[in-house]
Ligand binder design. Structure first.
Ligand SMILES: *Cc1c(COP(=O)(O)O)cnc(C)c1O
Length: 432
């Protein structure tokens, strides 16, 4: 697999390099030169395989001979140890539940596969530092995926007080090779600290800097696999009428879905659903890119007003000659989100704010004869406080959360000041 930097097409890297590097120069994202188009008969065959076997074939088609299919099979078996079931909500709508992994959100797929690819790409005695910003779920997935791995140091930044207390418990209680920093600012500030660090060549070299954000191509490739898994579970007659609604923040999940479609997976169209941080829906409606200041919402993993992966979405549309106006969109404020959680619960499906937004926008836009799928991006108990408050009922804590709920938080709070972060980063390496 060859990739180029979207900001400088002359910067070309292999898959392994892209995994290790994360971002290119000028903070440009890497994008594959070629997205293989798979014949429909081959796709049909793939759809009859089990999740892990099929995923190794998809990843092998994407990555090419840099990593053998057998190696990929081993790595995928280690990473994808939990299912992605499609659960029917009504006659023509279902949820793709992506929250059955160790940190109860879809980010487990990308985080765990990336950990495997990074372990494969680096020299055994090479020390690296993973620096990542999270609005909640990425941090947990990355922390758990890398916890205890040798010569890998993980530093996670998150906006102080803007992620749920249980979410914080999930990844800020690990210790060991995992350092968590609460930044006294919003998610965009965390993200810009990370970008700043990547621009600091001296620091980058000193600590072997790598990112585990959704900007890392390996995470996106892993996510492509569950779109195939979703279609594999649908009856034949529904496969060609499929509309998928994606609750979006940084737009990594949507990018992965579009890559699956570009490969030939029969998906009629996508809908990008956001909360009040609606830069993309407003852009699609007006053609104007005018990000507002990020606001805190009930669906905090989508509190992003300058989505990282949007340039990749545009690049794919451009290269495939797809018209951008075929991409559906919608945005809900918190009040509408609450109503959506209630309305979905009244159909017998208890969900959480992110998925409920995708469901609501989907049901408003689904046409006669179409079959709708929305991504269940997190387990409802991960947003226990808000879901209980909205529905007036108590949710049981699933195992991974119950285990950590009473452990002490190990995070340090710092201001959004790069020089402070820099010190901590240099320090964390010298102690390792
Ligand atoms: C990360 C996340 C999203 C947004 O996904 P992107 O790939 O950043 O668009 C949506 N829902 C949940 C629960 C998440 O954790």
């Amino acid at each position: 697999m060859k990739l180029y930097n979207l900001k400088d097409h002359n910067e070309q890297v292999s898959f392994t390099q892209a995994v290790k590097q994360g971002l290119g120069s000028q903070q440009g994202l890497f994008f594959p030169h070629e997205v293989p188009e798979i014949e429909s008969t081959v796709i049909e065959e793939w759809l009859s395989l089990d999740f892990v076997t099929r995923s190794s074939k998809i990843l092998s088609a994407l990555i090419g001979d840099e990593v053998s299919e057998e190696e990929l099979f081993q790595r995928v078996s280690t990473a994808f140890t939990f299912p992605a079931p499609v659960k029917a909500v009504s006659d023509n709508v279902a949820s793709l539940e992506l929250f059955h992994g160790p940190t109860l959100a879809f980010k487990d797929f990308g985080g765990r596969f990336m950990a495997q690819m990074l372990a494969l790409a680096k020299q055994p005695d090479e020390k690296i530092t993973i620096l990542t910003a999270t609005s909640g779920d990425t941090g947990a997935a990355v922390a758990h995926a890398f916890y205890g791995m040798e010569n890998i140091n993980v530093v996670i930044l998150y906006p102080e007080g803007k992620i749920s207390p249980l979410q914080e418990k999930l990844f800020c209680t690990l210790g060991g090779n995992i350092t968590t920093l609460a930044i006294a600012d919003d998610f965009d500030a965390c993200q810009s600290l990370v970008k700043h660090a990547f621009d600091d060549q001296e620091l980058k070299k000193a600590i072997g800097l790598n990112s585990a954000n959704s900007i890392n191509i390996s995470r996106l490739l892993a996510q492509v696999c569950y779109y195939f898994e979703a279609v594999a579970q649908l009856p034949q007659e529904k496969r060609n009428q499929l509309v998928i609604s994606v609750p979006s923040g940084n737009f990594g999940d949507l990018t992965a879905g579009l890559i699956a479609k570009a490969m030939g997976l029969p998906i009629k169209r996508f809908i990008a659903a956001t909360n009040a941080n609606d830069t993309v829906p407003r852009f699609l409606a007006s053609g104007q890119w005018t990000p507002n200041k990020t606001v805190a919402t009930l669906s905090n993993a989508m509190d992003v007003s300058q989505p990282n992966n949007w340039p990749r979405v545009e690049e794919l549309f451009r290269r495939k000659n797809w018209a951008l106006n075929t991409l559906g969109y919608g945005a809900l404020n918190d009040e509408q989100t609450r109503a959506a959680v209630r309305s979905l619960a009244s159909q017998g499906y208890v969900s959480e704010p992110h998925a409920a937004i995708a469901w609501q926008v989907l049901t408003e836009q689904l046409q006669e004869g179409e079959y709708g799928l929305f991504l269940g991006t997190a387990h409802p108990a991960k947003f226990k406080e808000s879901v209980e408050d909205i529905l007036g009922q108590t949710l049981p804590l699933p195992e991974p959360l119950a285990e950590r709920a009473d452990l002490p938080l190990l995070s340090k709070t710092i201001s959004a000041d790069f020089s402070v972060l820099r010190e901590i980063l240099l320090d964390s390496v010298s102690h390792n």
